[in-house]
Design a protein around this ligand. Structure first.
Ligand code: FMN
Length: 344
């Protein structure tokens, strides 16, 4: 076997394949099966910031009767509610939140006991509220790293791009106050100036960037004439957007890059590595074809490396990065002209 070993955010992985955060990384049985199939690392299902608030609110309602809204509520997802006096509310709120969190913390601890590959915890966050209560606990439960999924659709006409981007830094700075394990952020591609924004984010002290989160895709049902959800799972041809940006950004960032979206087969894995990714993440392919695609991809990668005389991933990683190009857009324009001008 060729040497597939890779480092990502300072963690040592036996190969660059990571199971992306999804409903499939939420049980110990699946985590074990993924590890048995040879995956390099696993990102656990995200804990949603809203989930903590909602479950906590529900718990308070169920266990302690009706609640009423507190007028001076801080601007969290849900309005803050209180009992007759705020001290009681805080106590019960904290208790309920810890209960919700404890399930997630047990998953981390149990996963670490069960498998010997890196386990990356994940939080899907929208604000910098209340991080001190759980970021450190995640670290103390044994997570090797923390991935923060920060997805801000810049659709609010009242907010400037500076205001939208500020949220990323607020979250990163807040989390970094409480944890020393490596932090990755997983982002979408809606930035006014993507190359510059990603480069700046990479310099904020994070260790990894996951490019890109696949957004919820809105669709329209033309028979019912209603809004409808688009495909939940990616297709194997959806990787080009990620490939372009990995290749433009690799070598230009101060942290590692993990390629996500549309990675379904060994060809795409190799392409992402050639473009400069440190690791690749996969979710949809597991829903569509099961976990045993992992050994198949590893085997085919090995064959490809042998055919091209590469002994290690580092020998070919970034070979086709565009990092030495001043303005990749100019090259793309020429390619576009060449390709399309001949078609009538
Ligand atoms: C059913 C499902 C659940 C997901 N849940 C999460 C999640 O909890 N947190 C997260 O960061 N990403 C989540 N994702 C997104 C994936 O991690 C991944 O970024 C996205 O699906 C693109 O990768 P893919 O093309 O390999 O599916 C989910 C994806 C799917 C299909």
């Amino acid at each position: 076997m060729a040497n597939l070993q890779t480092t990502y955010m300072g963690l040592s992985l036996k190969n660059p394949l990571i199971a992306s955060s999804s409903g499939l990384t939420n049980t110990i049985a699946n985590i074990k099966t993924l590890a048995d199939n040879g995956i390099g690392a696993i990102v656990l299902k995200s804990m949603f910031e809203e989930q903590i608030h909602i479950e906590t609110e529900n718990y308070i309602k169920d266990e302690h009767g009706s609640v009423k809204t507190f007028n001076n509520a801080p601007s969290t997802i849900l309005s803050k509610r209180v009992y007759d006096y705020e001290e009681a509310y805080s106590y019960i709120y904290d208790y309920a939140k810890n209960n919700t969190l404890s399930k997630y913390l047990s998953l981390i601890t149990e996963a670490k006991k069960t498998v010997d590959i890196p386990i990356i915890a994940s939080i899907n966050c929208v604000s910098n509220y209340d991080w001190q209560s759980f970021a450190k606990k995640i670290q103390d439960s044994g997570a090797d790293a923390l991935e923060l999924n920060i997805y801000i659709l810049p659709s609010d006409f009242r907010r400037t791009d500076e205001e939208n981007e500020k949220v990323y830094y607020e979250i990163i700075n807040e989390v970094k106050r409480y944890v020393t394990i490596p932090i990755a952020i997983k982002i979408g591609f809606y930035f006014t100036s993507l190359a510059q924004s990603v480069q700046k984010l990479s310099e904020s002290g994070i260790n990894g960037l996951v490019l890109f989160n696949r957004p919820y895709n809105a669709d329209i049902d033309i028979e019912k004439i209603t809004l409808a959800p688009g495909n939940i799972y990616s297709s194997d041809f959806e990787y080009n957007h990620t490939l372009r940006w990995i290749s433009i950004l690799s070598g230009k960032t101060s942290c590692d890059l993990s390629a996500s979206t549309g990675v379904h087969n060994f060809e795409t894995v190799v392409k992402m590595l050639l473009a400069g990714a440190n690791t690749v993440q996969m979710a949809s392919v597991f829903y569509k074809h099961g976990f045993n695609v992992v050994p198949d991809i590893l085997l085919r990668m090995n064959d490809w490396m042998k055919r091209h005389n590469f002994n290690s991933v580092d020998e070919f990683r970034g070979k086709l990065s565009k990092s030495n190009l001043e303005n990749p857009a100019a090259i793309e324009r020429v390619q576009f002209m060449k390709l399309y001008s001949g078609i009538e």
